[in-house]
Design a protein around this ligand. Structure first.
Ligand SMILES: *[C@@H]1O[C@H](CO)[C@@H](O)[C@H](O)[C@H]1NC(C)=O
Length: 321
């Protein structure tokens, strides 16, 4: 999905109204005001949870559980000046359902500079750990990066993409950082945020959503309690998932397992309209319809869920304009 819009700035309009200063100066004032109020502006950390909540409500289609879980976990964590352990979230779901989008929103609303902040560290197996035979070096590097960056600043975000493609054994070096006892040289390692992303459990989530639809239950009635055990089982059963034999699941180091549901036609429509608004385009029915018509749905009979969620919406809009 495209870059984040900034339609969710509750204070911006107020300051603008007062005509205080130029926009840039206002942004600076805002940050320093929030810092002195909250006293949690270490390094680049500038949490704006109201903004995050608003953006999720406007732009994340069809994910009532992910929305609620992420906001709740962050509120508890961010407002706590001395958390007892780092925040560890594991995002699961079918392709194109919003996992990467949510992580980019988190980076954007927690750190000045968003994904480009020097406090936000993004690891992808294909880019950073492509050769399973180099596992020894990867383990050494990853451990020293995490440790080095946490020594520099406790408020850091570590984002691990495609967890089901990590070289086996790599993630075990993270295990000691995710618990509650890792305090070195007076640096508080408990302020870090770790996010893990994978498609593992996606099929199981889809089955639960399909079953709910078949028994005419509202999608919003699907509970975390129904999904969490099936996702956990899918992760434990997948030897290719980075958590395999890492001790992370066994030691219960995850604060939340965050499920992303498969997207239906009206959610894809929502994505198309969002995307057009981002591009500054008026909504046009024929474009929306063309994108929907070019989307494939499953299962074969019901034609209910989009095969790749909202993943290719942006490029297809460009094609149909
Ligand atoms: C912080 O992490 C990055 C990778 O994201 C790494 O290149 C860098 O060396 C690390 N810094 C320290 C001080 O370890």
């Amino acid at each position: 999905m495209a870059a984040v819009t900034r339609g969710c700035r509750p204070w911006g309009s107020l300051l603008g109204l007062l005509g205080l200063v130029s926009a840039a100066a206002a942004a600076w004032d805002l940050a320093s005001l929030r810092c002195s109020l909250g006293a949690f502006c270490e390094c680049d950390f500038r949490p704006d949870l109201q903004g995050l909540e608003c953006d999720l409500a406007q732009h994340l289609a069809g994910q009532h559980l992910a929305k609620a879980l992420v906001v709740k976990a962050l509120k508890a964590f961010v407002w706590n000046p001395a958390p007892t352990k780092p925040l560890v979230l594991s995002l699961h779901g079918w392709t194109g359902t919003g996992k990467s989008y949510v992580s980019s929103l988190l980076a954007h609303y927690l750190f000045q500079g968003g994904l480009h902040s020097p406090r936000v560290h993004h690891f992808s197996p294909v880019i950073h750990f492509p050769q399973p035979s180099h596992i020894k070096r990867y383990k050494k590097d990853l451990k020293s990066w995490v440790q080095g960056n946490l020594t520099a600043c406790g408020r850091s975000l570590f984002l691990f993409d495609e967890m089901d493609r990590m070289p086996p054994g790599l993630m075990e070096v993270l295990q000691p950082f995710l618990g509650s006892s890792w305090v070195v040289y007076g640096t508080n390692y408990r302020k870090a945020i770790f996010i893990f992303i994978s498609n593992t459990g996606g099929e199981q989530i889809n089955e639960v959503a399909l079953e709910a639809w078949r028994s005419r239950r509202d999608r919003e009635e699907i509970l975390l309690q129904e999904l969490e055990p099936v996702i956990t089982r899918a992760v434990l059963d997948n030897p290719l998932h980075g958590f395999s034999r890492s001790g992370i699941m066994e030691e219960h180091l995850l604060d939340a397992v965050v499920p992303f549901l498969p997207l239906q036609r009206h959610h894809v429509r929502h994505c198309v309209l969002n995307e057009m608004a981002q591009l500054g385009l008026e909504p046009r029915d024929e474009v929306v319809q063309a994108v929907l018509d070019s989307t494939t749905f499953f299962p074969e009979d019901e034609q209910l869920f989009s095969s790749n969620g909202c993943k290719t919406v942006a490029s297809r809009i460009a094609f149909f304009l």
